[in-house]
Ligand binder design. Structure first.
Ligand code: SF4
Ligand code: SF4
Length: 392
């Protein structure tokens, strides 16, 4: 069994395995047993970063409520064979001092953290380095962070030993606030999406330059999420797989070929998928010419999917439509309709699938309550109207 290559984790002095475990998918597994098995498999294989969040809660296939932080905390605490401090990333939605304390304290409790005799952060007997993120900064959230005094407050909490490194995560569409956050110079770890279908953070962007290069050059550790586009689970990337023959291996290789990324939090559900990610991580990096060819291929698909639903289901983590419409399901069918049309394929199966949906887009009252919860900043009411026009 080969050791996983490691890369510097920014200026922290730590080295991180270039493939890490994203624990968002744990809640979507068939059972809690499989969630626990996946965490242990990652630890068995020497992965030294696990990326979770307060919000990663959900119902497993067997109907049980699962909280990712609890599973990660319990499984790490059970281990007696860990020989080095693990890096655990978690994220909260506290964007002012009071909310920050509330979210941090809840995460610490769910993760089962205690303090060692010298103030070390412990999970069971295992020392960890806790990275605490402002989760998903957007304009509204960043404005609150920047004006509420929470940054100074967070740094105080860090110095008190409640966590080790301060960071933030964000998504495409929020470049302006990402730049403002980086300008503060206080963040030690950043998590951003990057993949063949959406490579902008690793490229020169007008007015911002290359974010990844900047992050790297400033000594900030960079975690790459959404390597497969979507939330990384194989079935969730089906929308791309169905219309584009770029292999999953090349998608991951593309991310790992970036010299600026510290670790790729590549999605996986089962030990076999994790093993596949690790196998790919041993391949040689893609040359710049190879990357350009793949970006060109992916652009044919990403042009069609621009402004449509990615089937990531993040919105459903925190929001339910007051009309009980499964709007992501409808939006996904509309996205697939556009892809099928663009590639000259039949759209009939998609129209048929829409006909099976209990509450169609015609039931949408365009209240817009769902839009703020979309990770991709979709303006959902007009998309619902369009979906009905295309699919009905
Ligand atoms: S805009 Fe439509 S889909 Fe969105 S919350 Fe309102 S009724 Fe539901
Ligand atoms: S509506 Fe937005 S957040 Fe919800 S599944 Fe689609 S892309 Fe993801």
């Amino acid at each position: 069994m080969n050791l996983i290559k490691r890369r510097p984790f920014g200026k922290t002095g730590l080295h991180v395995t270039q493939v890490s475990l994203g624990a968002m998918n744990l809640r979507m597994l068939p059972s809690e047993k499989e969630a626990r098995a996946l965490v242990n498999h990652a630890l068995d294989r020497g992965i030294n970063l696990i990326d979770t969040a307060r919000a990663y809660n959900g119902t497993t296939g067997d109907g049980k409520e699962l909280e990712s932080e609890i599973i990660v905390g319990q499984e790490v605490a059970r281990r007696t064979d860990l020989t080095e401090p693990l890096i655990i990333v978690t994220k909260g939605h506290g964007y002012n001092p009071d909310a920050f304390d509330e979210h941090l304290s809840l995460s610490r409790r769910k993760l089962g953290l205690t303090a060692g005799p010298k103030g070390e952060i412990l999970m069971g007997k295992n020392e960890i380095r806790l990275v605490y993120f402002f989760h998903g900064i957007s304009r509204e959230r960043w404005d609150e962070i920047a004006s509420s005094g929470v940054i100074e407050h967070a740094l105080k909490r860090r110095d008190e030993g409640l966590f080790t490194y301060l960071g933030f995560s964000s998504h495409t569409g929020h470049e302006e606030c990402i730049a403002e956050a980086l300008d503060t110079g206080v963040f030690q770890v950043v998590e951003l999406p990057y993949n063949l279908f959406s490579p902008s953070f690793g490229q020169d962007q007008k007015g911002y330059g290359n974010f990844f290069k900047r992050i790297h050059d400033e000594g900030i550790a960079l975690i790459n999420m959404k390597a497969y586009a979507g939330n990384g689970m194989v079935e969730r990337t089906k929308i791309f797989k169905d219309y584009c023959d770029i292999s999953p291996a090349n998608r991951l290789r593309f991310c790992l070929s970036s010299p600026w990324i510290s670790t790729v939090d590549a999605g996986c559900r089962f030990p076999e998928e994790l093993e596949e990610n690790l196998r790919v991580s041993e391949m040689t990096p893609l040359s710049e010419a190879e990357q350009a060819v793949l970006i060109g291929e992916a652009a044919k698909v990403s042009g069609l999917i621009e402004g449509t639903c990615r089937e990531c289901t993040h919105c459903l983590e925190k929001f339910t439509c007051p009309r009980e419409i499964n709007f992501p399901e409808i939006l996904a069918l509309a996205a697939r309709y556009k892809m099928a049309e663009g590639f000259g394929q039949s759209t009939e199966p998609l129209r048929a699938a829409y006909g099976e949906i209990e509450r169609g887009a015609e039931e949408c009252i365009a209240c817009g309550q769902c839009s703020p919860w979309c990770e991709y900043k979709l303006d959902i009411p007009p998309l619902m109207e369009e979906a009905h026009r295309l699919l009905a």
